[in-house]
Design a binder for this molecule. Structure first.
Ligand SMILES: Cc1cc2nc3c(=O)[nH]c(=O)nc-3n(C[C@H](O)[C@H](O)[C@H](O)COP(=O)(O)OP(=O)(O)OC[C@H]3O[C@@H](n4cnc5c(N)ncnc54)[C@H](O)[C@@H]3O)c2cc1C
Length: 308
């Protein structure tokens, strides 16, 4: 029987090489910069270290599920923090390799870095990733997309670690990817992805990338504490247009505000709580429902406990 830590209900982990912290602040790893601490935060040294962490948790409690965190660009952590363990895949998972028209990237690799590597290698299909400020792990989980492209267009397969610590390769078909959605097996954490591009002139790719970058600068509040698109576009509608029509542009609650620049973005103006941001999102949903009869679905992942 594994010893149980005095600090929490978690086991006293053995032989881990990564960084383990209890009662760890994780808000700084999210774009919104809000939310309470995680009971436990682990930054594994490599895939084997991650597998060891997961298998020790599994031996302790098979029902425990870990929250994988990328760079927190599509997540809202509630003010009461996270009871579930959080894993963040950092530098050790950020490698990018190009071989022919195949790109293999670690789950911690940044989307823009993968797009840049593809441009340099003369591989088209990754232009859209230049404007998404997340990791490849997050892009798989969310089927990230923009400007007519999405990750499922280029994805071949992913390597994942299951909650029992076993590592497996899953094909794109296994993930049943749809608009901003992938169906990962229960508790699976993506550790790398293989993607395929189409050979093209690097100069032509670069021009397309530059167009995307300047278009985003003009239309999105990129240097603010935001979580990207708050709601998915409902079939046949643009979420921002419904929000605008319902009179929500600039709407406030506490320190949270609907962006004036792009009204499907919520902003932490400085001292917002997670409750302000989530509450404002619910205000917007209610107003849009009343105004247009459409129910908006959250795209931002909301996780954790409300404050007591
Ligand atoms: C300014 C701005 C602009 C944005 N523009 C776009 C856009 O154009 N298109 C778009 O699609 N998104 C956009 N987003 C949202 C966001 O960047 C994407 O959803 C991105 O893919 C999230 O990646 P992340 O690494 O930050 O994931 P996080 O926000 O950290 O996590 C998001 C979800 O993915 C899961 N996840 C993360 N890593 C893994 C992993 N390794 N294995 C399994 N699950 C994992 C998390 O558990 C969580 O459920 C934008 C966000 C911002 C702030």
């Amino acid at each position: 029987m594994m010893a149980v830590s005095a600090v929490t209900q978690y086991p006293a982990f053995e032989g881990l090489r990564g960084k383990l912290a209890y009662e760890a602040s994780v808000r700084k790893y999210t774009w919104f910069r809000v939310g309470g601490p995680a009971d436990i935060l682990f930054k594994p040294a490599d895939p084997e270290d991650l597998a060891s962490f997961l298998s020790q948790l599994y031996a302790h409690d098979r029902g425990l599920r870990v929250l994988p965190l990328g760079v927190g660009s599509n997540i809202l952590i509630r003010d009461g923090g996270l009871a579930q363990p959080v894993v963040q895949l950092g530098k050790a998972f950020s490698g990018i390799e190009v071989a022919g028209d195949i790109i293999t990237a670690g789950a911690g690799a940044l989307d823009f870095a993968v797009s840049d590597a593809a441009t340099e290698a003369g591989l088209a299909g990754f232009e859209f990733l230049r404007g998404i400020p997340g990791t490849i792990g997050g892009a798989v989980a969310m089927n990230g997309g923009a400007y007519g492209g999405e990750l499922s267009d280029v994805l071949l397969d992913v390597d994942v670690v299951h909650p029992d610590g076993s590592i497996a390769r899953l094909s794109k078909a296994d993930l049943q990817m749809a608009y901003r959605k992938a169906t990962l097996p229960d508790g699976a954490i993506v550790i790398s992805a293989r993607m395929c591009g189409v050979p093209d002139d690097p100069k032509a790719i670069k021009t397309r990338v530059e167009d995307i970058v300047s278009e985003r600068e003009g239309s999105q509040p990129l240097r603010t504490r935001t979580g990207g698109s708050t709601f998915k576009n409902p079939e046949g509608h643009k979420a921002w247009a419904l929000i605008d029509a319902a009179g929500c542009r600039g709407l406030k609650r506490g320190g949270a505000q609907v962006s004036e620049k792009h009204c499907n973005f919520l902003i932490n103006t400085g001292d917002a709580t997670a409750a302000d941001l989530e509450g404002l999102g619910e205000d917007v949903r209610a107003k849009v429902l009343t105004h247009s009869g459409v129910t908006l679905e959250w795209e931002i992942k909301r996780v954790g406990r409300a404050a007591l």
